[in-house]
Design a protein around this ligand. Structure first.
Ligand code: NAD
Ligand code: IPM
Ligand code: MN
Length: 359
């Protein structure tokens, strides 16, 4: 029986809707297992810009840094798209990841057998199963590389972002990927663009060096364009993928789509041992469906399960949440994004309640 402090950042768009459902599920876990979750809500993203002028105010940073873990919804939306890029909601998210030192972003893409009918791939490909862990580097690459900007040169505007990685940054995320592979099927695919980019050649060299510490792991390399293709052609061939920030952003949305819906996929971002882990769905604020009780809360609920597993070391509690999700899907309940004829269509809050009830 434990007492845990969680920073909760609902954010924008569907963020508050899906986070509310994850909180319901955490309350059910607390009741069943006798834990107390002390929830500290804090403004973040566009909502924080509106209330204080900054997407990641210092008080929110304090709340996060003093918590055992951070549960986060999504940020951004058309309302803030025209702001100065320095204070856009997405900048707040990047600042949070950086502040938490969260260099490794774990994005599992797993097909629930109950959702095979929601999958976009051919049935014979789906039948082989999909269970991939994308390990995405999260606080380097073009996202943070300097120089970066737009300026006038020879009378025309040029825009530039620097894809840059130091070997230390590559080595630490590679280690997380090899450790992850050791706990799974011991296959790791490093994805880069080493046929063109110097930064990718260093990436490959350092991953190869780290591989000597993990002789049991079968390491392969793939160019990112081919990886994008193989993910839809033969997803069963992948176990763990390790890649940089930008390639990982793109491939993890693709991995989400092949398992049925981006509304299903959770993520965990971890860094230094004394830093709080960050838990958020892979999807964004979905302005097109916000405020209509249409969002699928499962990605955020499964992110809460990852929080229980990784930051609080509560595997039985995490298993209970994952089993509750599988049970509700097996009973035929579906939000709109995964709905098929003959299923039981529910909204965001009903889906969350059903899952909480089954914990
Ligand atoms: P998005 O992920 O918000 O939406 C893409 C599509 O997926 C939309 O059609 C949306 O309705 C659908 N979708 C997303 N989540 C869903 C859910 N839980 N249930 C059902 N359907 C869902 O991506 P976008 O439209 O490119 O971006 C919208 C805003 O979100 C932008 O401002 C972007 O910067 C931001 N964004 C934030 C994050 C984050 O906070 N981590 C991630 C991605 C995008
Ligand atoms: C994600 C998002 C973010 C990213 C944006 C909103 C900064 O797309 O979490 O995948 O690119 O990392
Ligand atoms: Mn993304």
């Amino acid at each position: 029986m434990g007492r845990y402090t969680l920073a909760v950042l609902p954010g924008d768009g569907i963020g508050p809707e899906v986070v509310a459902e994850a909180v319901k599920v955490l309350a059910a876990v607390g009741k069943k297992f006798g834990h107390t979750f002390d929830l500290r809500y804090a403004p973040f993203g566009g909502a924080a810009i509106d209330s204080s002028g900054s997407p990641f105010p210092p008080e929110t940073e304090d709340t996060c840094m003093n918590a055992d873990a951070v549960l986060f919804g999504a940020v951004g939306g058309p309302k803030w798209d025209t702001l100065d890029p320095v204070i856009r909601p997405e900048k707040g998210l990047l600042a949070l990841r950086k502040a938490a030192g969260a260099f490794a972003n774990l994005r599992p893409a797993k097909l629930f057998p109950e959702l095979a009918d929601a999958c976009y791939l051919r049935p014979d490909i789906v039948a082989k199963g999909i269970d991939i862990m994308v390990v995405r580097e999260l606080i380097g690459d073009v996202y943070f590389g300097e120089p970066s900007g737009i300026e006038v040169r020879d009378g025309e505007r040029v825009g530039f972002s620097n894809m840059i990685y130091g070997e230390y940054e590559i080595r630490r995320v590679a280690r997380v990927a090899f450790e992850t592979a050791m706990k799974r099927n011991k296959k790791l695919c490093s994805v880069d663009k080493a046929n063109v980019l110097a930064v990718s050649r260093l990436w490959r060299e350092v991953v190869t060096e780290v591989s000597r510490e993990y002789p049991e792991v079968e390491l392969s390399y793939m160019y990112v364009d081919n990886a994008a293709m193989q993910l839809v052609r033969n997803p069963a061939a992948f176990d763990v993928i390790v890649t940089g920030n930008l390639f990982g952003d793109i491939l993890s949305d693709e991995a989400a789509a092949i398992t049925g819906s981006i509304g299903m996929l959770p993520s965990a971002s971890v860094g230094g041992p004394d830093m709080p882990g960050l838990y958020e769905p892979v999807h964004g604020s979905a302005p097109d469906i916000a405020g209509q009780d249409l969002a699928n809360p499962v990605a955020t609920i499964l992110s809460a399960a990852m929080l229980l597993r990784y930051s609080l070391s509560l595997p039985a509690e995490a298993d209970a949440v994952e089993a509750a999700v599988a049970a509700v899907l097996a009973e035929g309940y579906r939000t709109g994004d995964i709905y098929r004829d003959g299923m039981r269509k529910v909204g965001c809050s009903e889906m969350g309640q059903l899952i909480a009830d089954r914990v």
